[in-house]
Design a protein around this ligand. Structure first.
Ligand code: ADP
Length: 472
């Protein structure tokens, strides 16, 4: 029997373009599904994507999309990379930019139009070839389910995944006339959001199924504390909402195969070689001291404020701390000021993938005090690389990190330290526990070894997605 076709649509896909976890998911999930489906992954061909490196070629397929009486030329490109087929949408207005969505402080002013072009181009692909399913991701491709409802002769079933509800693609009312959507959709059941246009709402309202990236986050977003204003709307559509935990690309994040680290490893003696090399690189001293790491975007979501609050107290303990991140400048300034005062803190304000791998491979604990976390990948990477995660128990962190105090060697899940209330006192308390745990090396090692043997791959979650597509 021939496989059904699936078009996986995302605004960023590793290794072509990445700003966060979505790119990792859009890279790994299609691979995990490719045994069951005939998959194509589609993304914009941003100017930053190296066409030669990935042998991206023109498919000699171009068409115009007319929005607000203006035609925008779209050209399709394609490549095959590590066995997966990729389609790229090129339109000058969408692609010729320095950043994907905007500078770190501000999104581009014409993002509504840019990503409307992306969505209309996806619909064109669905017209050109019969796809059983289209999997849309986040606000950048959320208009597609609505556009399909309006188009004739498209039978494709749609699944829309919310990776982060904090980014909804909300634009001024006037944009309604630029995005090629009938203005009758400007109502409370569709695009309208406090007088503005909300792309995410279109995905939620019109997709055949909606998922988010962990079961806990699926529940949390129905509440005012996490719903970002859409809790009522999501509750209304709750019957088609489900949470499926993300997995890791275990080819890319595999300490036994990782070419980006000093020494590949399967045990803690080998891991120590990485710690030795990294401490030297970061000019930190004390191989016997625990190394705490933070890797992530400098935004409120990631609990940077909490980290800053506890940083000095932690630095006064016998340990080393490494912080790798980029994002908001105000956080950079604060972290820099503290790290300059303490020789045991090493701070790098940048985005650097190879460096992040070296840090995962070297650290003993990974700090993840996120205020909310749809899924989070760092904690899973940390567990596979033998670093115990210290997390605020929320969203995907709650679903993937079990409290070490309830350790059960038979459990297929990983362990770490967790705190329930997101304040400095609770965070500090658990940091102190971590120091104590590191002191009783035997218990610490049992936990780390258990985590390193856990399966964080996509295999289980891909089956859940498959089941969901088939239910459609
Ligand atoms: P989010 O998508 O909210 O940023 P996730 O935990 O889902 O968070 O994914 C973050 C991904 O980005 C992980 O692979 C993490 O290692 C990586 N990452 C985050 N910040 C940096 C950085 N400054 N340098 C390198 N990699 C980073």
């Amino acid at each position: 029997m021939s496989k059904k076709s699936l078009l996986f649509c995302a605004s960023e896909v590793y290794p072509f373009a990445k700003t966060g976890g979505l790119a990792d998911v859009a890279h790994a999930l299609p691979r995990a599904l490719s045994e069951s489906y005939n998959i194509q992954v589609v993304l914009p061909l941003y100017a930053s994507i190296d066409r030669d490196k990935y042998s991206i070629i023109s498919l000699k397929n171009s068409f115009n999309i007319t929005l607000n009486t203006k035609p925008y030329e779209v050209e399709l490109y394609g490549c095959k990379y590590e066995g997966v087929e990729y389609l790229f949408i090129y339109s000058a207005l969408l692609c010729e930019r320095d950043f994907l969505y905007g500078t770190p402080s501000q999104g581009y002013e014409d993002n509504a139009l840019r990503f409307a072009i992306f969505n209309h181009a996806i619909v064109e692909l669905l017209k050109q070839k019969e796809y059983a399913f289209a999997h849309l991701n986040d606000w950048q491709s959320a208009l597609t389910p609505l556009l399909i409802k309006h188009a004739k002769n498209i039978e494709t079933k749609t699944l829309f995944t919310i990776h982060n509800l904090a980014y909804q693609g909300v634009f001024a009312y006037e944009e309604l006339f630029n995005i090629g959507v009938n203005s009758s959709y400007f109502n409370i059941d569709a695009l309208e959001f406090y007088g503005k246009v909300n792309f995410m709402k279109a995905g939620i309202a019109y997709a055949d199924a909606v998922t988010t990236v962990s079961p806990s986050y699926a529940k949390e977003i129905l509440t005012p504390a996490f719903g970002c204003g859409l809790e009522g709307f999501l509750t209304h559509h709750n019957n088609k909402l489900r949470g499926i935990l993300n997995g890791l690309d275990t080819e890319h994040f595999n300490p036994n195969k990782d070419k980006l680290i000093e020494q590949t490893f399967t045990n803690l003696t080998q891991k120590l070689e990485n710690k030795k090399a990294y401490l030297k690189e970061a000019k930190l001293k004390g191989i016997k001291k625990p190394l705490f790491a933070f890797i992530g975007r400098f935004t409120h979501q990631k609990g940077i404020d909490l980290l800053i609050e506890v940083l000095e107290s932690l630095a006064l303990e016998s340990c080393n701390i490494v912080i790798l991140g980029d994002g908001e400048e105000k956080y950079q300034t604060q972290v820099e000021a503290i790290s300059q005062k303490h020789t045991n803190i090493h701070f790098e304000f940048k985005y650097n993938e190879p460096l992040s791998h070296r840090i995962y491979a070297s650290s003993d604990f990974l700090l993840m005090p996120s205020l909310f976390e749809p899924c989070g990948l760092n904690q899973m990477i940390a567990m596979s690389y033998g670093a115990l995660p210290i997390v605020h128990s929320v969203g995907g962190l709650k679903d993937s990190v079990q409290n070490y105090k309830r350790f059960n060697a038979e459990s297929p899940k990983g362990y770490g330290l967790a705190f329930k209330t997101p304040n400095a006192d609770s965070f500090l308390k658990v940091l102190k526990e971590a120091l104590k745990l590191y002191g009783s090396k035997k218990e610490y090692n049992v936990l780390v070894k258990h985590n390193m043997l856990c399966d964080f791959s996509w295999s289980q979650s891909a089956q859940l997605y498959k089941k969901l597509y088939e239910e459609l």
